[in-house]
Design a protein around this ligand. Structure first.
Ligand code: 0X9
Ligand code: ZN
Length: 423
């Protein structure tokens, strides 16, 4: 064995050791009977941080909820469900083989690839692969692509933002700004960001999207968390910066923005929770980078789109209050164009409206910040479709279907923004 192969083997062994295998973690499918029970699950989700994602809906037509439960927490959850009369079944007895199979699918699919061009449909890529790919685009399209490191993550990963133009040399066009991977485990989001990049650079039919607008794309905001989902713990959501409580790591970037930060209805001050807002607004370097990037484009931000999963939603501001921004109906028309285009192409159903009303209150999220403090005319948080057992974990074989459908929606929304002219 050559020494290089030996080193690779050691590295592989090391990643296997670090890997959280989710042995005996169960996936429960809950069937709330009515709206009251759905609300109850949302409340339980808030009160009991150990049960992740009780409130999340898979799609408009599916009223069931799925939840990941650690072996030591199963009994307590079952008791709660029985107490409230909520029906459930055990969908998966042990998540470990599923996580293993998905990891194997992804690694073997990547091993087969021979070109430097990222094949979006063939695998999920980690942070360094995505950065390397963006670097290669600068070489390939020197007149159309700019890549800037806007800052570094807590663990010192370069946070890169790509600007795509049509190369006509016109400066300061209005901007369509897209970010992805604020939440680490939402793997379909960076894949979709990469697909959008390829559509804009490689497909001549999309030239209309670049005539009077530049596209600014940040595929991985939460670089440390995302890397951690590849190397250690597939369902990690937050950043990786320690909190004041030693056993709890990470902050939710989407509660860490400094507009209406700190409201208990839409975020948590408890580092144990998945929606922990941090000790101070913007105390996460990743939030600072996204803030600075949005402020950089402040007076030409025609459309801010934040890619998340899951649930098939186009969420508009506000998240922090039940009232609506001044141009809410303008934003609704943009969302309507996206939802209609998707239903016509695949029958996919998206719900759209204010995040507060459609999903749950959020305070300190990027969407509200973009509108309130970075003057975005339109801001939409797009919750892409669910996949896999938990919604965040589509199989590689499902990437193509999800990203091609989503592109139909994003293209239609961008065209709607463009046809109305930047206002
Ligand atoms: O909770 C979040 O941050 C987002 N959902 S996710 O499942 N991807 O975590 C929703 C953000 C919603 N934004 C507004 N309500 N404005
Ligand atoms: Zn998210």
């Amino acid at each position: 064995m050559t020494s290089l192969r030996f080193i690779i083997l050691l590295l592989q062994l090391w990643t296997v050791c670090a890997w959280e295998d989710y042995k005996d973690y169960k996936v429960l499918e809950l069937q709330p009977r009515d709206l009251a029970q759905q609300q109850l699950l949302l409340n339980l989700d808030r009160e009991q941080p150990q049960w992740d994602y009780l409130g999340g809906r898979r799609s408009a037509t599916d009223t069931s909820r799925r939840v990941l439960v650690a072996p030591q927490q199963l009994q307590q959850l079952q008791q709660q469900l029985q107490l409230h009369g909520i029906e459930y079944k055990v969908l998966l007895e042990d998540l470990a083989p599923h996580v293993r199979a998905q990891r194997a699918e992804n690694l073997s699919s990547k091993a087969k690839q021979r070109t430097h061009r990222i094949d979006v449909f063939a695998a999920f890529y980690n942070h360094s692969e995505i950065n390397a790919y963006m670097e290669s685009l600068v070489q390939l399209y020197p007149k159309r692509v700019q890549l800037k490191t806007f800052g570094w993550s807590y663990e010192q990963r370069a946070l890169k933002i790509l600007t795509i133009s049509n190369g006509d040399g016109r400066r300061n066009k209005p901007v369509i700004f897209i970010d992805a991977t604020i939440h680490a485990r939402e793997w379909i989001a960076p894949s979709f960001a990469l697909y959008i990049i390829q559509q804009l650079l490689e497909q001549a039919e999309n030239a209309d999207l670049l005539l009077n607008y530049d596209w600014v794309i940040m595929p991985v905001v939460n670089a440390d968390g995302y890397e951690f989902t590849h190397s250690d713990s597939r369902f990690w959501r937050k950043t990786r910066k320690p909190t004041p409580i030693e056993e709890h790591i990470g902050t939710d970037i989407n509660r860490n923005f400094g507009y209406k930060w700190g409201d208990d209805a839409g975020s948590s001050g408890d580092p144990a929770e998945e929606i922990y807002r941090g000790e101070q607004p913007f105390d996460q370097p990743e939030t600072q980078v996204l803030r600075d990037a949005l402020l950089h484009y402040k007076d030409r931000l025609a459309f801010y789109l934040s890619l998340h999963s899951y649930g098939n939603y186009l969420l508009l501001p506000w998240g922090h209050t039940s009232s609506f921004p001044d141009n809410y109906f303008y934003m609704m028309e943009i969302a309507d164009a996206g939802a209609m285009a998707i239903i016509q192409s695949t029958n996919g159903i998206y719900s759209y409206g204010s995040g507060y009303h459609l999903m749950y209150p959020t305070s300190g999220d990027s969407n509200d910040f973009a509108v309130a403090l970075a003057n975005a005319t339109v801001a939409i948080t797009m919750e892409l479709p669910a996949g896999g057992f938990l919604g965040f974990d589509p199989w590689v074989t499902h990437i193509e279907g999800i990203v091609t459908e989503s592109w139909v929606g994003v293209r239609a929304m961008a065209l709607e923004v463009i046809s109305r002219g930047y206002q």
